[in-house]
Design a protein around this ligand. Structure first.
Ligand code: 13P
Ligand code: SF4
Length: 302
């Protein structure tokens, strides 16, 4: 950390001068989590963006998250330290795919996971995150077209016992790396540990776990549960926060290769550059932002 201290001081000074807020997703590299004012899951970051009074939001995550903040804050400066950081799953479904699904299922409501492009959000009725998908599925009366994550959709449909969910074919390449074999091995090694996995994991993995939670849900479970050991089935960046906030408990990655390369593109140098030069501003064209905001605000009203 000592080698970063000059850079950290400069970032703190720029932050103060510009009345900037640095927010980071739970998968960000440890140094980025540590400089952030707030770390959270997608739902927490969306809520925070909607109500902050900072003039500048510097968002450390992947593009759909930064875009979501830009849609919700309207009128503030939103900076993306690394515009090439994207979510491959979000890019797996296009507006044309959604329109095709709607043509085949004209009575269905389109629910899109926030891990989606702005254009897909703009043609969706409502968004959801891994933290509120079950609530949103329960609230919708009509059949549901769910995009893009087939595994989150399968999980939410099974919990809500819905048979009328039409799924797209998207998936997260990072969570796909986590296998049931990893759970078997980890349980043998740590028999008293609580196994929690993300709903982007495949159905065989979610059914073999003790709990299926968003990253924010895992943070709360780690704090509140009596167990002293946790096996964590999600992107490995979350372990830094879990260990930092619960120094007396032990956390083990279910699969150490579950690393999202895009989340790891953010560095202190890129944060410094964005704040200093006011670069990589994100703004969404009004015709796209308006319907996408409606889908996000509908979600936030739950
Ligand atoms: P959370 O909303 O649970 O943090 O998940 C976001 C994500 O991209 C998972 O891969
Ligand atoms: Fe997208 Fe998966 Fe990375 Fe999350 S972990 S941002 S879903 S690729």
């Amino acid at each position: 950390m000592a080698e970063n201290s000059g850079l950290l001081d400069e970032i703190k000074e720029l932050k103060r001068k510009r009345n900037a807020l640095i927010v980071a997703h739970n998968y960000q590299p440890p140094v980025v989590q540590d400089i952030a004012d707030f770390c959270g899951d997608s739902l927490e970051l969306a809520r925070l963006s909607a109500k902050t009074d900072a003039d500048v939001i510097l968002f450390c995550g992947v593009d759909f998250m930064v875009e979501m903040a830009a849609i919700l804050v309207d009128g503030k400066t939103v900076l993306n330290p690394e515009p090439s950081a994207t979510c491959p799953m979000a890019n797996m479904v296009t507006v044309d795919d959604v329109k095709e699904m709607q043509k085949e299922n004209p009575n269905a409501r389109v629910v899109c996971y926030v891990n989606s492009t702005v254009d897909v959000k703009s043609v969706s009725h409502i968004c959801c995150t891994s933290g509120n998908a079950i609530k949103i599925f329960s609230a919708i009366k009509e059949p549901i077209i769910f995009v893009p994550d087939k595994f989150l959709g399968t999980y939410a449909a099974s919990v809500t016992k819905r048979k009328d969910v039409i799924l797209a074919n998207g998936f997260c390449p990072t969570h796909m790396l986590i296998k049931t074999k990893d759970i078997e091995v980890a349980r043998k090694k740590h028999p008293h540990a609580f196994v929690m996995v993300h709903p982007e994991c495949t159905p065989d993995v979610t059914s073999a776990a003790d709990a299926v939670l968003s990253t924010g849900g895992m943070v709360r479970a780690a704090k509140e549960r009596a167990e002293k050991e946790f096996i964590v089935g999600t992107e490995t960046g979350l372990l830094h926060r879990l260990q930092k906030e619960n120094p007396r408990k032990r956390f083990y990655a279910l699969n150490k290769n579950a690393v999202c390369p895009n989340m790891k593109k953010i560095t202190l140098e890129k944060i410094h550059n964005a704040l200093l030069n006011n670069c990589h501003k994100v703004s969404i064209p009004a015709d796209m932002a308006k319907p996408a905001r409606e889908a996000l605000e509908r979600m936030l009203s739950y």
